[in-house]
Design a protein around this ligand. Structure first.
Ligand code: ADE
Length: 226
């Protein structure tokens, strides 16, 4: 899978995506993540990437030309172009699963008040938001989305059961049950005895029950209760 990230701050995405599991996926050649400085696609003496908004209002708007130049250079047949914006569709695990099957994704990251809307209209296949809050820059959001997608690509996560059994997988309606490791007793707090029992049916039952309780406490919306 190839991924291109186009941003005026490539270093914001490079840190997280070159470390740990994401870094190893790149080194192993499972994914090819490329970082592009949008300024490289600007023209003129001042390499200007933004300008004042038509119609007035606060802040600056990112100019269309460098985004068009970047996409025209990077796009391959069948590539999907994604724009990160708080105005996008909410990002969910099911979308990460869909996108993990693509062969080429191009992420465009905004900054300031926004990006000239002709970019969205002419270049973008999907607008994605990572949540109902506003970041200073879409690059952090791109790193989040890329991480969620890449870990689903076969071979990236060592034990693929951890992907099958996690929160939001399957029908997406339950959070995961809590996990424990050694020691069995720590500062007076004991690991639930059922987990030490070796009784797999009972462990499974306990996990389902805990998943239900945690979902009710933290995400009643997933149970249709809010
Ligand atoms: N850019 C700024 N805020 C964002 C968000 N919540 N999701 C995606 N891109 C963004």
């Amino acid at each position: 899978m190839r991924i291109d990230i186009v941003t005026i701050f490539p270093e914001i995405a490079e840190g997280p995506l070159r470390s740990s599991i994401m870094g190893r996926a790149g080194e192993a050649g499972i994914v090819d993540v490329r970082f592009h400085d949008l300024r490289e696609y600007t023209t003129g003496k001042h390499r200007k990437a933004d300008d004042l908004p038509y119609g007035g209002g606060p802040g600056m708007v990112m100019k269309p030309e460098p985004f068009f130049a970047a996409v025209e250079e990077l796009k391959t047949e069948g590539a999907k172009v994604i724009f990160l914006t708080p105005q996008g569709k909410p990002f969910r695990q099911a979308k990460a699963v869909d996108l993990s099957k693509e062969s080429h994704l191009i992420f465009l990251c905004g900054h300031y008040e926004g990006v000239d809307h002709r970019v969205v209209e002419a270049l973008v296949d999907e607008e994605i938001s990572i949540g109902d809050y506003v970041l200073t820059n879409g690059t952090l959001a791109a790193a989040v989305v890329v991480d969620a997608i890449v870990r689903l690509v076969p071979g990236v996560v060592g034990d693929e059961r951890s992907i099958e059994e996690e929160s939001f997988s399957g029908d997406g309606s339950r959070l995961e049950a809590p996990h424990y490791t050694r020691p069995a007793e720590f500062r007076g707090m004991e690991v639930p005895p059922v987990l030490l029992s070796g009784n797999h049916a009972e462990i499974e039952k306990w996990r389902r029950q805990m998943a239900e309780e945690r979902t009710r406490a933290n995400r009643p919306d997933l149970l249709g209760e809010e």
